[in-house]
Design a protein around this ligand. Structure first.
Ligand SMILES: [Zn+2]
Length: 630
């Protein structure tokens, strides 16, 4: 997945403020549950109180009890989300239409008693998008669900369809009835349509994993298709106010994906790919977790609708590039932990440095190698990653963090997989190029690994690094031991030197509360709209000189209570502040209230630039060339 922390996380809120067919009934006792497919019926027509009815019809069980699960977590999210919390009025129905006894074991598990009599189960599903503001750790929108009667249904199917214990590997037939005018977009394979039920779409999946690996969006379609070599790409856009269409985004998307395919070369890839883009209108009941989640043949991307085309394109191209590269890892190259993913008791792999790190690194590297961005842009992206990585624990073993990512303190360092994770790969790439005389890099390594492992051939989690070392050089083993398994921070300056680059510091002018359109402060809807200083970003001199820290809640400024209205006024007034103006800001840090005082000064932001050195050696020039040109 990608989480657009740097660009959008929460920051937007303030930004907007300002600116298969199987019979049922009597014959079914002849077919055992292990042998027949499960029919899942989803009714998108008769939405009641913002909820959707789901009926699951398995064949006959031979056991006295059976457990039914909705996933606690799904691949690619690396978080416990308990999708079972959104299920209501769960009923197990016997063949005579009566109700069987059900025990609820936890948020995601229902045990059905007298399972031999079970005909079907029936429940109602609530969506996650309209509860995001109410819960402290909302489901990340690209893996969430949306029920907007008559307009949009985001069917991340793990939120709607569950599985019976032991039946994860049997096929599913999904029968989805939808209102007129709403069309499905998905990579899921269509089944045989019942001519008597024209409003019901039938989809088939070989196993439960395939159900959840193929989200479906129902909306009034804005869809375009294009071909990238042998891949047929479908781009579908839901834009509630009609600001964007698939047609308006197609050309840029096509250009980017062509670049990706050229970068990957002969690496195995899918024959079709679906990009499902959901644009949120940002009201209380809409999605706010911007980013995307990867699947084998599709991705769901969620972004705000109220942004300029230029900014949306920049965000979606980077995001889709990242998700598409996930085809390499973890979708192709992955460990047992991911192959045999337990949706309710997941075991984490130690290789997020690769699943997310390599993916994010490639999403940037291909752009310089394919001439889509300038060297200057590429260096700036790297320095932003260096700066942001320092806002996390730089002395935390990446493999230990990965293995324990569902728990603190590892969990709060997760987003560093996009920052330091990418930089680990950059260092590895430069080392590999240096040791191989420019021949081999991380892309070569991934191609070699993809020849050994694949879709249904996982690697052993604790053997991968030894295997990489055996394929490459002892120095690579040293790098992993010290900087990936070990907890020693990477000396980036040493890597810049190898490729003839160096850093220069510069003070750049900025606003008091905004750097361009990116705010230093934000609003927390989950905490009574408290105004806080953003975390995980570099603050300007105004906040630094006052002694403010990321996460501080601004209680008052110059004696005036801070709220959304007052902060807008203050931001307006700050445009005319005299540098000698004295300011008193009371902030809450943890349980303490702290008074910060000082002159507002002239706000500046320290920017570290990465630039080529004068007169690089032949070796430095050649290594940089090999790195950037591939
Ligand atoms: Zn990702």
């Amino acid at each position: 997945m990608t989480n657009r922390i740097g660009l959008f996380k929460k920051s937007w809120i303030l930004g907007v403020a300002i600116l298969l067919l199987q019979g049922c009934g009597s014959t079914k006792t002849l077919v055992s549950a292990e042998k027949a497919s499960i029919i899942a019926k989803i009714d998108l027509i008769n939405v009641v109180d913002d909820k959707v009815n789901v009926v699951l019809d398995p064949a006959a069980f031979a056991t006295d009890t059976v457990s039914f699960f909705i996933p606690k977590t799904v691949p690619g999210t690396y978080s416990d989300d308990n999708y079972g919390k959104y299920i209501e009025q769960f009923k197990a129905i016997d063949y005579k239409g009566g109700e069987l006894k059900v025990e609820k074991l936890d948020d995601n598990t229902w045990r059905i008693i007298n399972a031999k009599d079970l005909d079907k189960i029936n429940y109602w599903v609530n969506d996650t998008y309209d509860t995001e503001v109410e819960v402290s750790e909302p489901v990340f929108s690209p893996s969430g669900t949306n029920i907007l009667k008559g307009k949009n249904f985001m069917l991340n199917l793990h939120g709607f369809v569950g599985y019976f214990d032991g039946l994860e590997e049997i096929p599913y037939s999904l029968e989805i009835s939808a209102p007129d005018g709403l069309e499905p977009v998905t990579s899921l394979v269509k089944g045989i349509q019942d001519v008597n039920r024209p409003d019901t779409d039938v989809f088939v999946a070989n196993r439960y994993f395939e159900v959840i690996d193929n989200p479906i969006m129902y909306s009034s379609p804005s869809t375009e298709t294009f071909q990238v070599n042998d891949i047929a790409v479908t781009l579908s856009v839901y834009s509630p106010n009609g600001h964007f269409t698939a047609a308006s985004l197609k050309a840029g998307m096509e250009k980017m994906m062509r670049g990706q395919k050229a970068f990957l070369g002969d690496i195995n890839s899918t024959k079709h790919y679906t990009i499902i883009l959901y644009l949120s209108n940002m009201d209380d009941e809409d999605a706010k977790g911007f980013g995307a989640l990867e699947h084998h043949t599709s991705t769901v991307v969620v972004m705000p609708e109220q942004i300029s085309k230029e900014r949306l394109e920049e965000a979606i191209f980077d995001t889709v590039a990242h998700e598409f590269f996930h085809i390499v890892t973890p979708l192709t190259i992955h460990s047992n932990e991911i192959q045999y993913f337990d949706f309710n008791d997941p075991k984490m792999s130690m290789h997020l440095w690769m699943y997310e790190g390599t993916t994010e690194y490639f999403a940037n590297l291909f752009q310089i190698q394919q001439g889509l961005i300038s060297e200057e842009d590429f260096y700036q992206r790297l320095m932003e990653k260096v700066e942001r990585s320092k806002t996390y624990d730089d002395s935390m073993s990446f493999t230990v963090m990965s293995k324990n990512i569902l728990e603190e303190p590892y969990k709060k360092n997760y987003a560093n997989v996009y920052e330091k994770g990418a930089l680990i790969n950059m260092a590895l790439d430069i080392d590999l190029r240096e040791l191989s005389g420019g021949e081999k890099g991380v892309l070569w390594l991934m191609k070699e690994l993809s020849k050994k492992y694949g879709d249904s051939k996982p690697f052993e989690d604790d053997g991968l690094i030894d295997e990489i070392v055996a394929m490459t050089y002892p120095e690579i083993g040293e790098f992993f031991n010290v900087h990936v398994i070990g907890d020693t921070p990477i000396d980036y300056d040493a890597y810049w030197k190898k490729v003839g680059l160096s850093t220069t510091e510069q003070e750049q002018s900025t606003g008091y509360f905004f750097d361009g359109e990116i705010p230093y402060i934000d609003v927390d809807p989950a905490n009574d709209n408290a105004i806080f200083v953003r975390e995980g970003i570099q603050l300007n001199s105004f906040f630094n000189d006052l002694g403010a820290q990321g996460g501080d809640i601004i209680k008052s400024v110059d004696g005036k209570m801070t709220n959304l209205v007052n902060i807008r006024l203050l931001i307006g007034q700050s445009m005319n502040w005299d540098p000698d103006k004295e300011i008193v800001m009371v902030v809450q840090r943890g349980y303490k209230e702290i008074t910060l005082k000082g002159k507002v000064g002239v706000p500046t932001l320290k920017v570290v630039n990465l630039v080529p050195i004068e007169g690089p050696s032949e070796q430095q020039k050649n290594l940089r060339e090999a790195w950037l040109k591939g």
